[in-house]
Design a binder for this molecule. Structure first.
Ligand code: ZN
Length: 412
């Protein structure tokens, strides 16, 4: 598994949000093709779709119908920090001493600053060399799922139903399953292997909307502006002030609190466009942020009828908890799987979305399992290989638990 992981992280797979294709960047094809070849070598039935989804199937080895389970991991890396030229460093039996990165003299990985390292003392960990991210998010997941496939094939005595494996592009730009019909996965339950520390089990994410406010003022030469100019920038300033006083901003928000976040502003005195993202764990809370934004626009419009103010709110994704509430078994099975290998689940809501948020909303329940990766999206990213191994074992337990359940009327 470590060899696989080291091989995968050295292949650059940054997505490109400026394109409309899937995969968004040609770089991702290199790893996707490599994974297709590796699965073929393992003797597994595998397809690489025209949109860059590697889908493999392992047939059932039990006589009774069992839910079909898919394990998913994304090949792309975050854009927050460069993922090109990754030179992973393996620390066998990590001793907890502060580590000075060879390619960034001012960066140190130390237990004081990152207390999670304390739990990794004595384990094998992998870090960056300091000037790139590591890409354990989510190549740790890819290596875990590949190793799981190998493990299942090497242990035919381990009972399981039909299993699906899928490696996808473009998670980091929120387009992870845009290029694949859920029916193509033909699974009853899925798990993304894209979480962080040992035991993390995520089945709650934000519900998310985005909004665009377009303010059109009345432009005129400032020399003749008296009583005539309607400055869109001034109106934008007022709008942002209202939003700031009525809704929490991300930098003021933690735990279960949501936020309204102006992410981009563009324009001139004549016209300003502001993009917002709206987040909350609760759909009613999220809707109320949309209402505040619309009401603020209406109030401005009333105050300045010569301006045109348009506000469009659009859905992005929804908290998967509300969908899982109808059938919580996928989460219960993951808990049981962890308990069987002595791992205590850490169930925390994600202040973001996952591929699972989209898939769950599309009818495929998809909680998220841990990888052992930490400090994702930057140079301090590291992963525990010992925890990656535990993640493989959790996947193996999940399929055995499902295989023990005879489910009448399972979708076939
Ligand atoms: Zn990820």
């Amino acid at each position: 598994m470590l060899d696989r992981f080291l091989r995968y992280v050295q292949i650059p797979t940054e997505p490109d949000p400026t394109t409309t294709t899937t995969p968004s960047s040609s770089d991702q094809w290199t790893l996707l093709r490599m994974l297709q070849e590796e699965l073929t070598e393992l003797g597994v039935d595998v397809t690489l779709t025209e949109h860059g989804y590697v889908i493999a199937t392992i047939p059932s080895n039990v006589p009774h119908p069992v839910p079909r389970i898919a394990f998913l991991a994304h090949v792309d890396t975050a854009l927050d920090f460069t993922g090109k030229g990754v030179k992973p460093i393996v620390h066998e039996r990590y001793d907890g001493a502060a580590f000075r990165y060879p390619h960034a003299a001012n960066r140190v990985l130390a237990v004081d600053e990152f207390p999670a390292l304390q739990h990794a003392i004595g384990q094998t960990i992998v870090t960056t060399s300091g000037d790139t991210l590591l890409g354990a998010d989510d190549k740790a997941g890819v290596a875990i799922v590949m190793t799981f496939v190998e493990y299942v094939l090497a242990h035919p005595e381990l009972p399981h139903g039909e299993l699906r494996v899928c490696f996808n592009p473009d998670e980091e730009i929120g387009r992870g399953f845009d290029g694949l019909e859920t029916s193509r996965l033909a699974a009853d339950v899925a798990y993304t292997v894209d979480g962080d520390a040992l035991g993390s089990l995520n089945y709650e994410t934000f519900s998310a909307d985005k909004a665009r406010v377009t303010i059109t003022g009345v432009s005129i030469h400032p020399g003749w502006a008296f009583g005539k100019l309607v400055n869109a920038i001034g109106l934008a300033e007022q709008l942002l002030h209202i939003i700031r006083t009525k809704c929490p901003a991300p930098e003021q928000s933690q735990g279960r609190c949501g936020y309204v976040h102006p992410v981009r502003i563009d324009g001139s005195a004549g016209k300003v466009v502001i993009d917002f993202i709206l987040r909350d764990f609760d759909d009613i809370g999220l809707a109320s942020y949309g209402t505040v934004l619309r009401q603020a626009c209406d109030a401005l419009k009333e105050q300045e009828p010569r301006a045109e103010i348009e506000c469009v709110v659009e859905e992005q994704y929804r908290n998967m908890r509300d969908y899982l509430a109808k059938d919580f078994r996928p989460v219960e099975v993951a808990r049981e799987a962890m308990a069987r290998i002595g791992v205590s689940p850490i169930e925390s809501p994600i202040r973001g979305g996952t591929d699972g948020s989209h898939l769950t909303a599309r009818g495929l329940p998809t909680p998220n399992l841990f990888t052992g990766g930490q400090n994702a999206h930057g140079p301090y990213e590291w992963v525990s290989v010992d925890e990656m191994e535990k993640s493989v074992l959790v996947c193996a337990q999940i399929v055995q638990i499902y295989a023990g359940q005879v489910v009448p009327g399972t979708k076939r």
